[in-house]
Design a protein around this ligand. Structure first.
Ligand SMILES: [Zn+2]
Ligand SMILES: [Zn+2]
Length: 337
């Protein structure tokens, strides 16, 4: 009897795997223990999205990428995406990975974050379109992940990001990514709680400015500062100028993870700068293996806290050779089961 039931379970698992490939659809299968008084197993099938529980990966990983990102040499980040999309070709063949070409972010969303003067100053800048597409990707990724259309997402970003505050922007990032994304989420789904972790080398002054006074957003920035504001919902962790991969991961576990567990976000955004990698312009001694390891840590956290809702957005880093290792490895972690 046991053999028969196990065989049935295996057939069901194979069928589900095939079905998941065909539909690129989320499914979790749990085999419970033998029931008391009976020698059979219960197979529980839980659909994706709400109620998916503590599984690792269900469904599709969205990769938001525009060919324009590979054609230019951007301010600060330069031509680090020049090997893409070829560098992630193998991943794009996976049934659970979906390439999505982003649209420009609507101006109305930008106007809710930035002053008219800042936006006016962007008109005519050659990198403006790249920034608009990057933020558009971030907005769409957060919306689709929150709505359950995607399990998680990886967003390519140029000329936009964490140094863009409401009225001032610098450092290669000229409009905000997470600001418009969070505003869009709240317009569509209500007052959601979002946790942002920034592991770029430099302080995310722009992001901090955008979310100042917003108690529904946790902003945790790993940099050289050590401040804590607004009852701990805005804080920085001083990483130190040299650290090992394990030391940095331990800092994430000691500082961000407990804060997020207390905060209980409904979505996590990871601003993944890899300027901290050995040989890049913000070198803090990290290896290329650190970045997918950090994504794995955050993916597990997202499953514990918010049904796996994690959006990873690239930030600083300028070396194309490092980018071609770190980005595909991070996407692979998001897509793996
Ligand atoms: Zn940086
Ligand atoms: Zn900081």
């Amino acid at each position: 009897m046991i053999v028969l039931v196990v065989l049935v379970a295996l057939v069901a698992l194979v069928a589900l795997a095939v079905s998941a490939r065909a539909k690129a659809q989320a499914t979790l299968v749990a085999l419970d223990c033998p029931c008391p008084g009976g020698d059979y197993y219960i197979i529980t099938i839980i659909p994706a999205g709400k109620g998916a529980g503590a599984a690792m990966q269900t469904g599709v990983t969205g990769v938001f990428y525009h060919p324009l990102f590979s054609r230019e040499s951007w301010p600060v980040m330069r031509d680090k995406f020049r090997h893409f999309p070829a560098a992630m070709e193998e991943l794009l063949d996976l049934p659970q990975v979906k390439l999505i070409q982003p649209q420009e972010v609507p101006m109305g969303l930008l106007q809710k974050v930035h002053t008219d003067e800042l936006l006016y100053g962007m008109q005519g800048k050659w990198y403006y379109r790249g920034a608009l597409l990057s933020v558009g990707g971030c907005v769409e990724a957060c919306e689709k992940v929150y709505a359950g259309e995607l399990a998680n997402a990886f967003v390519f970003d140029v000329a936009a990001g964490h140094h863009a505050g409401p009225a001032h922007a610098w450092g290669g990032t000229y409009i905000s990514c997470s600001g418009p994304a969070v505003i869009n989420l709240r317009q569509k789904f209500g007052p959601l709680k979002v946790a942002i972790i920034d592991t770029d080398c430099h302080h995310g002054d722009g992001t901090r400015g955008v979310f100042r006074g917003d108690s529904l957003t946790l902003h945790s920035c790993f940099c050289s500062h050590s401040d804590s504001e607004e009852e701990g919902t805005k804080f920085c962790v001083p990483v130190g100028w040299r650290c090992t991969d394990e030391e940095y991961l331990q800092m994430i576990r000691e500082h961000f993870i407990p804060a997020a567990e207390k905060f209980q976000p409904q979505l996590i955004i990871h601003l993944l700068g890899h300027d901290t990698c050995r040989g890049d312009y913000g070198d803090r001694g990290l290896s290329t293996a650190f970045f997918p390891a950090a994504v794995r840590e955050l993916k597990e956290l997202a499953w514990r806290l918010c049904e796996g809702r994690l959006v990873v957005v690239t930030m600083g880093g300028a070396r194309a050779d490092l980018t071609s290792i770190i980005v595909p490895a991070s996407i692979r972690v998001l897509a793996e089961s």
